[in-house]
Every structure is written in structure tokens, then in C-alpha cells.
Design a protein around this ligand. Structure first.
Ligand code: 5BU
Length: 286
């Protein structure tokens, strides 16, 4: 049930549900794992289903961006290997800052190797297992990759969640519908998998993926921008509201925010579209 309650600046056109379960509906009751619940709680508190794809080249620029948009996003997605001045010491400080903003940290590493090597790759120079709350993986090498990644977190006494790539947003990708179905069939049954990556540029594909996935896992979608259509180098974009209405639980937005003239205003807008979609979706009983 949606209960009318407090309102925050910028969201006064929407009533504020009292409990996360009001707005997440079956997704909340069907997902009791720590990563899914943490994400849904933070998204509820911030009224934002936005994950910032923070694809900037220096720790200083990343820090400034997170300070600017932190209140309007629920998660922070990184590609550690594109940061020119990455170093362990400053990275620890940056992750602390992300936690001060109550953000889940997501390394979009797209692991793809055999289980044992994936476990070792969670360590290494970047030591992803020590700071990432979630990571992406392809299932191309078979199901043991999920156990390998979970063992990686286990090696440092942490817990985390894996998002399997079931679809991609880029033009001409090779993740065919039959491959998507196989990924979903396996991932649905796996405790270490808390969700799937879907193609945010195409609401029909998201809806098909949602039908396959059911309620018990989340769908996170890159390829989202208020300016829909083709992006740079084969990227494609769909609208944030449409993606949520089609069944996406998290909008991964990069250039729509970090290349905007006013990143803070842009983040706020994406948050509003996403929250409006979630509230309307819950009213429709989805
Ligand atoms: P953009 O600037 O909003 O296009 O950034 C998209 C981000 O999402 C970028 O970090 C990609 O690595 C990431 N991404 C994607 O665009 N498409 C996919 O299918 C997957 C990840 Br998986």
C-alpha cells in the first residue's frame, strides 16, 4: 500500500511511500539477499534508482563528481582500469567517500575467465574483493565463475553480489536470445547471483527479460539517457522512465550525468524519472 508521507525537494509531485516494501512490491519480498536488499533500501531512502557510471580518468575528478551528485544516486559504478592515476591509497579514501554518500560500489569488471582465475582476479593489484559490493560477469566460461567470484569475497571475509550479463546495450552484441535464456535459467537458481544486466536502450527487450527472470532477481540496465537513440561507437540509449516501467530496477547512467553541463541537476532529473517509474509500476502491481 502506498502511504502519503514526507516529501523532499524536487519530488513534491510524488507521494513518498513509508516502507521500501510498499514501492518495491514483490521484488522486495522475493529478494532477501544482502546485496539486493541493501540496494533496494538505499534506492528507497534516496528516491533514486540511479547508478552513476563514473567513467572519468582521475581520482580527483571522480571525487568532485561523487560529491556533486552523491545525494541523487544509489550506486556508483567504476572501471578501475581506466583511471590514469589509480593508486591503492587514494582509492581507499575514494571508497570511504562513496560510503559516506551511502552508495553501493560496483566494479563493472565483466569477469569472464574460469572460476579459479576469476577468484584470483578479485585480488591482484586492484583488490576488487576488498571494496566492491558487486561486480559483473559473463557466463561464457560456465557456472563456476560465480563460485570463483564469491570465493574472492570470502577470502577477505566480505559478501557481495554478481550481476550476470544477460543482454548488452551495444549495437551488434553477440548475446543472442537463446544465450540470454541460458544465462537467466542458471542465474535464477544461483544464490551468488543477485541480478542481471539488461539492455536499457530497448524497453521490449527489458520486458522480455523481466518475464524470463520473474521477481526473484534484479535487472540493472545500462544504455539509458534522456536523449534517446544512438550514442558514441555503437552505444544505444533508451529513456529512464521507460526502462523502469519495462522492469528495470536500476538505471546505469554515465555520460547523461558526467557530461552534462550541470551534473547535479542531471542526476536529480534521472532520479526523478526513475522514482516516478517505480511508484507508478508499484501502483500497477508489477
Ligand atoms: P554511458 O556514458 O551512459 O553510455 O555509459 C555506460 C556505462 O555502462 C559504461 O561504463 C559501460 O561500460 C557500461 N555498459 C554499457 O554501456 N553497456 C553494457 O551492455 C554494459 C555496460 Br554490460
Amino acid at each position: 500500500m502506498i502511504t502519503f508521507g514526507g516529501m523532499i525537494e524536487g519530488f513534491d509531485f510524488m507521494p513518498h511511500p513509508m516502507e521500501a516494501s510498499d514501492v518495491w512490491s514483490d521484488r522486495w519480498t522475493s529478494n532477501t539477499g544482502i546485496t539486493a536488499r541493501n540496494y533496494m533500501s538505499v534506492a528507497f531512502e534516496k528516491q533514486s534508482l540511479v547508478c552513476l557510471a563514473a567513467d572519468l580518468p582521475t581520482i580527483e575528478s571522480l571525487t568532485a563528481l561523487v560529491n556533486e551528485v552523491g545525494p541523487y544516486i544509489a550506486a556508483l559504478k567504476t572501471h578501475v582500469d581506466l583511471i590514469d592515476d589509480w593508486n591503492a591509497e587514494e582509492w581507499v579514501g575514494f571508497c570511504r567517500l562513496a560510503k559516506q554518500h551511502n552508495l553501493l560500489i560496483f566494479e563493472d569488471r565483466k569477469f569472464a575467465d574460469i572460476g579459479k582465475i576469476s577468484q584470483q582476479q578479485m585480488a591482484g593489484l586492484y583488490d576488487i574483493r576488498s571494496w566492491a559490493d558487486l561486480v559483473t560477469a559473463h557466463l561464457i566460461s560456465g557456472p563456476d565463475i560465480v563460485a570463483g567470484l564469491q570465493n574472492g569475497w570470502g577470502d577477505v571475509g566480505r559478501q557481495g553480489g554478481v550481476l550476470l550479463l544477460a543482454q548488452m546495450s551495444s549495437r551488434g552484441n553477440r548475446l543472442t536470445p537463446s544465450y540470454t535464456a541460458e544465462v537467466v535459467a542458471l542465474g535464477r537458481e544461483h544464490e551468488g547471483v543477485f541480478g542481471f544486466i539488461g539492455n536499457g536502450s530497448n524497453p521490449n527487450e527489458i520486458a522480455e527479460l523481466r518475464t524470463m527472470v520473474g521477481q526473484s532477481k534484479l535487472i540493472w540496465t545500462p544504455g539509458v539517457n534522456i536523449a534517446t537513440g544512438d550514442g558514441a561507437q555503437g552505444q544505444r540509449y533508451g529513456h529512464p522512465y521507460d526502462a523502469v516501467m519495462a522492469g528495470s530496477d536500476c538505471l546505469i547512467v554515465g555520460s547523461g550525468i558526467h557530461q552534462a553541463d550541470e551534473p547535479r541537476e542531471a542526476a536529480k532529473q534521472y532520479a526523478q524519472h526513475s522514482w516516478k517509474g517505480l511508484v507508478e509500476r508499484s501502483r500497477e502491481g508489477d
